[in-house]
Design a protein around this ligand. Structure first.
Ligand code: BGC
Length: 350
């Protein structure tokens, strides 16, 4: 039990990067790095007590800088896509990076995933608090935005991620964690046999470039529906426009019980290992992304070979491109107000 700080290598420009390990009384551990405030590892027992690492990642910072995919990263100031790579806030237009087909994905070329965060280990809480002063104009967004991202490993086997920030101008604040989970172990292969439940009756429909059209579609009874737990692979290849366009699941689910604070919104289970992961959040949406674009034959931690669909993400968020759709909850953070959101990934066995 306790915490440890070790070296995670150096960035290309020679900056030292740290890896912080937290272990709780049950022997569950997490590793986080200040590069991208990234979750590098989650080591947790299966039903027979065998410990495996259930998130995809790399052995040192160099691989994180060389590969895309946002493995385990904190994504912000805005996660997901913004159509046309521009936003209007208080009547003024702000130009963002076009880093995907004319659109902005995960805040462009200089996202929070690729910067070195300051950090502090809070030993008695088994927590690591990352801080970043995001200057006015960083990534194109207005406002000096001071943000903290705190990872806490609880004795209830939860990885709790708390985001908290304020800005001196109205801005967009919409951060997420981009961990790819594989409850059989990060090197164990595909996730299509995992069972998934999501507390949602609707998705925000996207076009061929994964940009929301504005339509909120009822998905009850459709291949998108996870109200009754089913295997991720059951309907993933169905003849359904959204699954064809996304090359699988890559969609924002409109969560039920919005405004009710932290509540359970999803659960994934791996029958083989017995590991179960519950997701709790106070957010309005979650992106189920089934790792459709993981680089083929990529090498992860310990030489593990990753392929598409070897990990799934449940990225809590505002609906994508909220700024362009009046029927979506607003992702604008008003000057002087507090951005405060929490997501929990909780592990158990059955
Ligand atoms: C997006 C995917 C994208 C992935 C990695 C996810 O949040 O929804 O479309 O491929 O991030 O960039």
């Amino acid at each position: 039990m306790g915490s440890k700080i070790s070296s995670f290598g150096k960035t290309a420009d020679g900056k030292e990067v740290s890896l912080i390990t937290l272990v709780n009384k049950n022997g569950m551990g997490i590793e986080v790095t200040n590069y991208g405030a990234t979750l590098v590892a989650v080591t947790v027992a299966d039903r027979d007590g065998r410990i495996d690492d259930v998130v995809l990642g790399y052995d040192d910072v160099t691989d994180y800088t060389l590969h895309g995919g946002y493995l385990g990263a904190t994504v912000g100031r805005n996660c997901n896509r913004i159509h046309g790579a521009k936003v209007a806030i208080d009547g003024k237009e702000y130009i963002l990076d076009d880093n995907e087909n004319g659109n902005n994905l995960h805040s462009g070329f200089h996202g929070y995933n690729s910067l070195l965060w300051d950090f502090e280990v809070i030993e008695e809480e088994l927590a690591v608090k990352f801080t970043h002063h995001s200057a006015d104009g960083e990534q194109g967004f207005p406002g000096n935005f001071d943000i903290t991202v705190t990872y806490t490993l609880t004795e209830e086997n939860e990885v709790k991620i708390h985001y908290c920030g304020t800005s001196d101008k109205d801005t967009i604040a919409n951060l997420t964690n981009h961990s790819y989970f594989n409850l059989g172990g990060h090197g164990s292969g595909g996730i299509l046999e995992h069972t998934m439940w999501i507390d949602s009756d609707a998705i925000t429909v996207t076009d061929a470039r994964s940009i929301p059209t504005g339509e909120i579609r009822d998905i009850k009874g459709s291949p998108m529906d996870f109200n009754t737990p089913k295997k991720i692979g059951k309907d993933i290849s169905a003849d359904y426009d959204q699954l064809i366009q996304g090359a699988g699941y890559d969609h924002n689910y409109v969560l039920k019980n919005q405004g009710c604070g932290l509540r359970k919104i999803a659960e994934a289970a791996d029958e083989k290992s017995g590991r179960v992961m519950e997701v709790l959040t106070d957010s309005v949406g979650v992106q189920l992304y089934t790792g459709n674009f993981i680089d083929k034959d990529s090498r992860g931690k310990g030489g593990a070979v990753y392929q598409p669909r070897h990990g799934f993400c449940l990225e809590t968020q505002y609906y994508p491109d909220a700024n362009h759709h009046e029927n979506f909850p607003s992702s604008i953070l008003k000057a002087g107000e507090r951005y405060d959101t929490t997501t929990v990934y909780k592990f158990r066995v059955k």
